[in-house]
Design a protein around this ligand. Sequence first.
Ligand SMILES: [Cu+2]
Length: 253
Amino acid sequence: MSAEPLIDRVVARITALVGGLSGKIAVVVSLAGCSGEFSALDPAGRSAREVAWLWWGMFGFATLVLLALIGVWWYAMSRHSKALSETQAESQYRRWLIGGGLVLPVAAIAVLLAFGIPVGHRMMPLPEKDGFALRIEVTGHQWHWEVRYPEGNIELRDEIHIPVDTPVDVHLTSADVVHSFWVPRLGGKLDLLPGRTNVLRLQADEEGTYRGQCAEFCGVGHAHMHFTVTVHAADDYAAWYDSARQAQESADE
Ligand SMILES: [Cu+2]
């Protein structure tokens, strides 16, 4: 068998692969454009927006790396090799090893950390300029969410209410096993650990109802361990808060 038909077959294969890939990329891109209750790419809050941008950045960077890799592979398959001395072969080998095995991954990780760490940092409960963040306590149970508003002595199950455009610190802990609190359209996810409290800063830009889900397998009821976050306008939130507090008081009597 001559080398030519083999190269032709490889080129035809790559062309088919690239065609298939572009089709898949088109599907991924169009799917990503879809809004959805659990779509982290349809953000409605500031930290969720940063997560979405980070995702698109990583997607773009990974696409560039993939295209570069295909280009190098293409070049390697199609070039006419010439005889190299042992020293030349050794130095070429070393260049590729250092470039591809050291410089590229270190640069990629450095870029990822440079963008990723500030995004994670802004989900932490850092002091706000005006010093105000609403406090809500959430305890995970197999398999429901216990929600408490400590100042109003309000207790809810599987539902959270917050005002729009207001930073909210969700204090997370667990009564039994590890759970994970996640409202994809409002922010990142954070684990609920027994005996420990983690705090997640959320903020919603738009009124509406958002779905949340436990994101850490916690037993047979895990898939049904979901909740809602209702984001109210400031006045509506005050009215909801008062009525919830009165309802709680009369239930406690
Ligand atoms: Cu779970």
